[in-house]
Design a protein around this ligand. Structure first.
Ligand code: ZN
Length: 99
């Protein structure tokens, strides 16, 4: 799956970023292998095991979503939930200013 798109008319860069299907936070994973079909666990940025600085313990959002990241043939990764559905993505827009 392609992750980055460029609108040639406006110069706008669009990037698809995977998000947690439960709470829409970022999804974290670590997959070193570039071999097609290689897998590793993925988890939500709000997972209790995720590294973060705790500033407000009472209002801290904890999300237990876990999934799996799989290396595709083109070197990209796909992230699936436990029912083997692709996680949703959000679109991040970035416009590069011309010099
Ligand atoms: Zn989550």
């Amino acid at each position: 799956m392609r992750r980055a798109y460029i609108n040639k008319e406006t110069g706008e860069h669009l990037k698809l970023v995977p998000i947690c299907p439960k709470c829409r936070a970022s999804v974290y994973w670590s997959l070193i292998s570039g071999v097609e079909g290689a897998r590793a666990p993925a988890h939500c940025a709000n997972n209790a095991s995720a590294t973060r600085i705790i500033t407000d313990l009472e209002n801290m959002l904890i999300c237990d979503w876990e999934g799996v990241v799989v290396r595709m043939r083109d070197g990209e990764v796909n992230i699936y939930d436990k029912k083997k559905r692709l996680v949703p993505h959000k679109v991040v827009r970035k416009r590069f200013r011309s010099p």
